[in-house]
Design a protein. Structure first.
Length: 61
């Protein structure tokens, strides 16, 4: 599983970086997802971050 942030949609609220800091980090005004495979231990918090994003900017694949 991998996560991506659509920078055109992200509002920079920082919620995902608080929910799942193992994957999401701020890069200026928007969040980014580390370009790594999401390990099974943090899949649930990564999915939670995606579900809680207020503008649905996080894409899980
Ligand atoms: S929760 Fe969504 S809008 Fe907020 S920083 Fe993360 S990707 Fe951006």
């Amino acid at each position: 599983m991998r996560a991506k942030v659509d920078a055109d949609v992200c509002t920079g609220c920082e919620l995902c970086t608080q929910t799942c800091p193992e994957i999401f980090y701020m890069d200026g005004d928007v969040a980014k997802a580390k370009d790594i495979e999401v390990s099974s231990e943090i899949e649930d918090t990564c999915k939670q971050a995606a579900e809680e994003c207020p503008v649905e900017a996080i894409i899980i694949s």
